[in-house]
Design a protein around this ligand. Structure first.
Ligand code: SAH
Ligand code: SF4
Length: 398
């Protein structure tokens, strides 16, 4: 599949607008930022709120990719705005569909260097009974090097802009036909939940993630409530409280081990922010309550973190935190130094957790056949370091 919609290309010819990359994108700007951009463009102060509202409606309620369809603006203004600003989609490199309905898009970001293709990211849509979750990336690659994670073998290329984070949702809505013109109303939405569980560590791209989520949760736009948005972190302790205060979405913690020795190997960031500090930050997470629990993700690695003692220790560890536990079967990737725990072991582990009062669904791996499952995301912007990682990898600790 290729890039821009045809309408956009035609229009560009007709208006001889500046090349796309030179025009700043309006996608992902918060309302105040959008008003500021329109003010700098020269719209009168008195009109800013109204014009920003009209443009917002075009982008986030109607899915428009150009000013052409924004007929509440005069033709002359539309043409001027078109020449100054961009609102086109990210480039779709490939789109894959799993046998289980999971869809994965490989998207190319604009290049910073002329002639060199831009970096790539992945976005995954997971349909389930009564809900649909979009798994969104926040960085190209990741600076952290969790030893079981495919993305962790890819060096950080760069942070995504707020527009590139929001842009992933727009692409998914296009593909799913989820704009009003596609005949859907808000009751039967296909994308009901967003998880920041794609590539990257969202708390290392804090400002852009915060702004993107402000746009996504705006009630007069994409309208996904913060209760339906989950940010997953490997445990950047100093940013957790800030996330609660400034973003206020649901929190998921990639715990994966119950003692520092094992967690140091799986999530090296643990050496900086050990388990006790992490859990303290969780206890203090603004808004946490039994109705707003923190999700603890726990990837099941054979012989590493999957014993019954581990399960019991997990329950003890989370005792005074309003928590949900998500057991994730390890998704292998080429060269990965771990194996997934046996199904029987996972069930026994889950039993202990369930008996302690957690409805802990074992997350069914989705989209494995298209490498869209958790931790399998990695684009070709990659410097392959899997073999290096393999050598350094954690030894099973039983
Ligand atoms: N960087 C963030 C969010 C992205 S990872 C974080 O680490 O939380 C999303 C989830 O997938 C995390 O819980 C991560 O630990 C998990 N994960 C990574 N690699 C995996 C793999 N190979 N199999 C299963 N889960 C994996
Ligand atoms: Fe980065 Fe998360 Fe993967 Fe760790 S698990 S390397 S933090 S994306």
């Amino acid at each position: 599949m290729t890039t821009l919609d045809i309408a956009h290309e035609k229009r560009e010819d007709a208006l001889a607008a500046a090349p796309r990359a030179l025009r700043p994108s309006l996608v992902g700007l918060t309302r105040p930022q959008l008003m500021e951009a329109l003010g700098a463009f020269g719209l009168p102060e008195k009109q800013l709120r109204m014009r920003a509202g009209q443009i917002w409606n075009g982008i986030y309620n109607r899915g428009l990719t150009s000013f052409e369809g924004m007929t509440t603006l005069s033709k002359e203004l539309r043409q001027k705005l078109e020449a100054a600003f961009d609102m086109s989609r990210l480039e779709i490199v490939t789109e894959q569909k799993s046998v289980d309905g999971t869809r994965k898009w490989l998207l190319r970001l604009p290049s910073a260097v002329p002639g060199v293709p831009g970096p790539e990211i992945e976005t995954v849509y997971i349909p389930e009974e009564g809900r649909g979750t979009l798994c969104v990336s926040s960085q190209v690659g990741c600076t952290l090097t969790c030893t079981f994670c495919h993305t962790g073998t890819q060096k950080l290329v760069r942070n995504l802009t707020a527009g590139e984070i929001v842009g992933q949702i727009l692409i998914a809505r296009d593909a799913l036909g989820e704009w009003p013109d596609g005949g859907r109303n808000s009751e039967d939405r296909l994308i009901t939940n967003i998880v920041l569980m794609g590539m990257g560590e969202p708390l290392y791209n804090f400002d852009n993630v915060r702004d993107a989520l402000e746009v996504v949760s705006d009630g007069e736009g994409l309208s996904l409530s913060k209760r339906r948005i989950t940010l997953s972190t490997s445990g950047v302790v100093p940013m957790i409280e800030k996330a609660g205060a400034e973003i206020g979405c649901m929190l998921a913690i990639s715990l994966h081990a119950v003692n520092d020795e094992t967690r140091n190997k799986l999530v090296p960031l643990n050496k900086k922010y050990p388990i006790e500090e992490l859990l303290e930050a969780c206890r203090n997470y603004p808004g946490v309550s039994n109705a707003r629990r923190i999700t603890f993700e726990y990837v099941m690695l054979k012989g590493v973190n999957d014993s019954l003692e581990d399960a019991k220790a997990l329950v003890r560890l989370l005792k005074h935190i309003p928590a949900k536990i998500n057991l994730i079967p390890f998704n292998p990737w080429p060269g990965s130094p771990y194996e997934c725990s046996d199904w029987e072991t996972i069930e026994k582990f889950a039993d202990v957790v369930n008996r302690a009062g957690y409805a802990s669904p074992v997350r069914t791996p989705r989209g494995r056949d298209i490498m869209a499952a958790c931790g399998q995301l990695k684009s070709d912007t990659v410097k392959k370091r899997a073999s290096e990682r393999f050598r350094e990898a954690a030894q099973p600790t039983g």
